[in-house]
Ligand binder design. Structure first.
Ligand code: CO
Length: 482
């Protein structure tokens, strides 16, 4: 048992990070603590739910919140901040009506009980999960529908991205594409699921054109949030989750609460080679949202992932702000060694503590990585909010961290390479930290080669940013330095 006094955080502090940010800003940050590294130049785009209610009704789950994209520009030692909502037609309609009009996938029901939700299978695309710049296009991503294109300079919403008609409107497109560092091509996928599933593969080239589209049949229901790309394979973990659509169709429960982990069934690992039929391997049941990376070693493939041994089920009607973290299954870092020839999978726990949001040096994508950067709880032990950034050396097993506890709560770390030095540790880890003491957020820069030394710069914003999801960096800038 852990006594409340020994928790490294206060629940009230944590809850403060889940308030909407209704205003849109555009300003230079003037009060920087520390120094912006000379080589750090470019734009960090971040996405996440910026608005957590419509009118007086709070969404049932933050994942249903409306996507708000932030652009943090580093240029000549200065930092500029801008945020804009992704103005989807659903966002505009709910803004105008001042109330919830659509069901959310994770926890939001329209008001009026089951009758109002009965057989209403329309949901909104909140465009809130990730944002990536590829070939002149800034894309806000949400996995169950098509990307939204934004103007990278103003963050104004330009519309649904179909890649010149190659993507049907509302066609699923993952929030976790992976970029081939050799070609600059972006690999992505989409899943159309039901009793059996269709897996769509997309390749978007460095000019932003969709140049390849393939599809495969997958037996059974498939909830695939992320994947692994190596030069030879596209790899998916089909977790043994079952979807019971009845309560959703009848309007009793949001879709995200209708998932369960099937007892005694394995996780199916699918390896799709560039040509030919997919190979299937099996491993112990578990659930993976995010992969770190994967790479080939001879005929074998190493995959690092954050694995939940139980599905973190959503209770219908539960208030996410009242969550008891100690009762939520923890995601931990695991290594899977896949041997397609022998049909075998070996797995090993890399880190026995609660972590999420992994990152590596982007030039290592699809090739071998030594260092993993990841959000972590303040200390090993019971599950808790992420308050630290941890670095794991997978060669020595040594880890180090910098913690923002007790009043700081971290988001996803993003690795920004040092343009002057190709070494795997050369660069900066940038994350957004919610500081409950000031009730504002800070952009924090850590030296990737000396993480435990703490921030080289803290860049306090004038306001908070509600806890975000994913983002990415591009060396390009659109703000004029003054
Ligand atoms: Co994700």
């Amino acid at each position: 048992m852990v006594s409340v006094a020994s928790l490294p955080y206060s629940t009230t502090d944590w809850q403060l990070g889940y308030r909407s940010l209704s205003q849109e800003y555009d300003y230079w940050i003037t009060e920087i603590e520390g120094r912006i590294p000379a080589g750090l130049r470019g734009t960090l785009f971040r996405n996440g739910p910026g608005k957590l209610e419509a009118g007086s009704q709070r969404y049932g789950h933050p994942f249903d919140g409306d996507g708000m994209v932030c652009a943090i520009t580093f240029i000549d030692g200065r930092v500029h901040f801008r945020n804009r909502f992704v103005r989807t037609p659903e966002f505009e309609a709910e803004e105008k009506a001042g109330r919830v009009l659509y069901r959310g996938v994770f926890g939001t029901q329209k008001p009026g009980g089951w009758w109002a939700n009965f057989l209403d299978l329309r949901f909104k695309n909140p465009a809130n999960t990730n944002v990536i710049y590829q070939g002149g296009k800034l894309l806000a991503l949400w996995e169950a529908s098509a990307p939204y294109r934004l103007n990278p300079a103003t963050l104004a919403t330009e519309g649904s991205e179909t890649f010149a008609g190659a993507l049907a409107p509302n066609q699923p497109f993952t929030a976790h594409p992976r970029r081939d560092p050799a070609t600059g091509d972006l690999m992505a996928f989409g899943v159309q699921t039901g009793p059996s599933s269709t897996l769509l593969f997309y390749r978007v080239d460095a000019q932003g054109r969709l140049v390849e589209k393939r599809d495969y049949r997958l037996p059974g229901f498939a909830f695939l949030h992320d994947f692994v790309w190596t030069p030879r394979y596209w790899i998916f973990f089909q977790n043994p989750v079952a979807f019971n659509p009845l309560p959703y169709m009848l309007g009793l429960q949001p879709a995200g609460t209708c998932l369960t982990l099937k007892k005694g069934e394995p996780t199916r690992i699918w390896l799709f080679p560039q040509q030919g039929e997919p190979l299937q391997l099996q491993t112990e049941p578990g659930f993976v949202f995010h992969f770190v990376n994967g790479y080939e070693v001879g005929d074998q493939v190493v995959v690092d992932a954050v694995l939940y041994e139980a599905y973190p089920a959503l209770e219908p009607g539960a208030d996410y702000l009242q969550i008891d973290f100690a009762q939520v299954p923890a995601g931990k870092l695991w290594r899977f060694e896949l041997d397609p020839k022998a049909g075998k999978v070996k797995r090993e726990l890399l880190l026995d503590r609660s972590v999420e949001f992994p990152a590596i040096h982007p030039a290592r994508m699809g090739g071998s990585h030594r260092y993993i950067y990841i959000g972590a709880t303040h200390a090993p032990g019971p599950n808790a909010p992420l308050q630290a950034i941890l670095k794991l050396d997978t060669t020595t097993g040594r880890s180090e961290q910098y913690s923002f506890a007790p009043r700081g709560f971290v988001g996803e770390p993003v690795f920004i390479p040092d343009p002057e030095d190709a070494a795997e540790e050369a660069g900066w880890i940038v994350t957004v930290v919610f500081d409950a003491a000031s009730q504002r957020s800070q952009v924090v820069i850590l030296d990737a080669s000396d993480l435990a030394a703490g921030p080289v710069a803290r860049i306090p914003l004038r306001h908070h940013i509600p806890y975000g999801l994913h983002g990415s960096f591009t060396p390009q800038t659109w703000v004029e330095a003054r």
